[in-house]
Design a protein around this ligand. Structure first.
Ligand code: GSH
Length: 235
């Protein structure tokens, strides 16, 4: 893992993933690991010293993480990245091989971003990641209320089958499980199918490997940075 890209260290796949594993870069790292790719990870931080620095803004003008450069092809938005890599390297397997399967993978991905991403982030900050003195119980409880209905939808979808598209783990599961992953610390007893599925997805070798990276990054994150994350993202 080099801090700066250099032609000498180019990975065989030509893929570079930018973003410390604590951020949504976790999603891109998970799919790349799941696919067994030889990629380079540049664990840059949020803010002016990282994603907001001129050299990185020149690649992703949003100043956010993650983004990838794949043989010169630039892509941002974490779930667009996972869908792209799954389709490129695992068509018909991790990436559905039918029109309807593909549409369902998009459905669940857009659903996860719009229905649960923000709620899970707010909950995890105010239940786990901020210091106890800085947690806002009202924000935490509101997040739980916002998440209750979509979590019931996910739980019901998983009642008749082990994975979102049927019997096999696909990028739809990876995307939703990655977005929901911090909810593993929640009391999920009201949604047992969701809980069993999330536990199953996060137990995959690739997920465990990248979760270890994420947990280490979480542990090493100074309280001031967690505070800044909450402030910058208005969480
Ligand atoms: N929808 C985007 C969200 C990206 C995003 O907000 N990333 C956070 C880190 S998890 C970030 O870079 N925040 C810093 C900022 O907004 O300045 C995605 O899924 O990639």
């Amino acid at each position: 893992m080099n801090a700066k890209p250099s032609p000498a260290s180019s990975p065989a796949s030509g893929l570079r993933i930018y973003g410390i594993a604590r951020t949504r870069a976790f999603r891109a790292l998970w799919i790349a690991t799941e696919l067994g790719l030889d990629y380079e990870h540049l664990p840059i931080e949020i803010g002016e010293a990282g994603a907001g620095a001129p050299e990185f803004l020149a690649i992703n003008p949003n100043g956010r993480l993650p983004f990838i450069v794949d043989d010169g092809f630039v892509l941002f938005e974490s779930l667009a990245i996972t869908l792209y890599l799954a389709k490129k390297y695992s068509p018909g397997k991790l990436y559905p091989g039918t029109l309807h399967g593909e549409a369902k993978a998009w459905q669940w991905s857009f659903w996860a971003i719009s229905e649960v991403d923000r709620g899970v982030n707010i909950w995890s900050l105010h239940a786990v990641r901020l210091s106890p003195a800085e947690r806002d119980a009202q924000k935490r409880d509101e997040a739980l209320k916002v998440l209750a209905a979509p979590f019931r939808v996910l739980d019901a979808a998983l009642a008749p089958q082990p994975y979102l598209l049927g019997d096999d783990f696909t990028v739809a599961d990876l995307n939703v499980a990655a977005v929901v992953s911090r909810a593993i610390d929640m009391d999920l007893s009201a949604v047992p199918n969701l809980k069993a599925w999330l536990t199953r997805c996060l137990a995959r070798p690739a997920a465990r490997k990248v979760l270890a990276l994420k947990n280490r990054a979480d542990e090493e994150t100074p309280a001031e940075v967690t505070r800044r994350i909450a402030r910058i993202n208005r969480l």
